[in-house]
Design a binder for this molecule. Structure first.
Ligand SMILES: [Zn+2]
Length: 273
């Protein structure tokens, strides 16, 4: 939930840009990989920056989101370039009454035809989370961090218990920031119905879900940058894990007792250790 005064459009676009640039810096969005979207419940003035309007169909019926605004990165656009020119890279969708279509606001500087091809997965998670938790703000990032995505190719890391007990053991910050752990879903074709369904289900229990052999999705009901931070924490954990694997597994990691003591002291509820 984001309380008043709500951030202005300019501020949210800037945060999308800064998150996009940071994801590029940590090696999580090569080429045009990755996409960002935000769903807002408060009224936003779009016409000053996004003058073109067209009606588009939505990938699923979302009647309860009527009037909500979604800011979505364009298909084929680079996350690192959003900051320098948001209008060229972002489209804004206002959901129509009935929730089967929306008005897409874009700039005449836009450099994309459609919003991201993963929009079906983004919209499904926004819809699910905003309704279940009565949110007025929700941010989603899909990125492809190198080390986490590499670990998702190793069979033993495809087990959520193994994945989490191995990743969340390198720094106290990891369990503090991801007490519910990281979700894992098997490989599905990008943009498919199967990916959308499995992802929505896992995102109910986690704020970061690994898409095997592809990347991940992260969400936040606080800010876009908070979602990017979660990716940063998870990818840093994977960096430690990869270092440890390549160094012959010499690292101890925090013991179960140490992790439990951190959680007890800070009042962190977790079920992983
Ligand atoms: Zn992808």
């Amino acid at each position: 939930m984001v309380f008043e005064p709500h951030p202005e459009l300019d501020e949210i676009l800037k945060m999308m840009g800064e998150a996009g640039r940071h994801l590029a810096e940590i090696g999580a969005s090569e080429g045009a990989a990755g996409n960002i979207s935000v769903c807002l419940r408060w009224p936003v003035e779009l016409r000053a920056r996004f003058q073109l309007v067209e009606e588009i169909g939505l990938p699923q019926l979302v009647p309860e989101l009527a009037g909500a605004t979604l800011l979505v990165s364009g298909s084929g656009r680079r996350l690192r370039e959003i900051l320098d020119d948001p209008e060229a890279n972002i489209g804004c969708i206002v959901v129509n009454e009935g929730g089967w279509a929306g008005r897409l606001y874009t700039s005449n500087r836009r450099r994309f035809e459609r919003v991201t091809s993963e929009f079906n997965s983004h919209l499904a998670v926004h819809y699910d989370q905003m309704l279940a938790n009565a949110l007025n703000f929700h941010a989603i990032i899909h990125a492809q961090p190198l080390r986490l995505t590499y670990l998702s190719q190793i069979p033993r890391y495809q087990d959520e218990k193994y994945l989490n007990t191995h990743l969340l053991r390198w720094q106290p910050e990891t369990i503090i920031n991801l007490p519910e752990g990281i979700g894992f879903i098997p490989f599905q074709i990008p943009g498919s119905l199967e990916l959308k369904v499995a992802n929505v289900e896992s995102m109910r229990r986690h704020r970061v879900v690994i898409w095997a052999k592809h990347g991940l999705m992260a969400r936040s009901d606080v800010s876009v940058k908070r979602a990017a931070d979660l990716i940063d924490y998870a990818e840093t954990a994977a960096s430690y894990e990869n270092l440890n694997l390549s160094g012959g597994e010499k690292g101890e990691g925090l013991s179960v007792e140490e992790i439990r003591a951190v959680c007890k002291t800070l009042g962190i509820q977790q079920t992983i250790f």
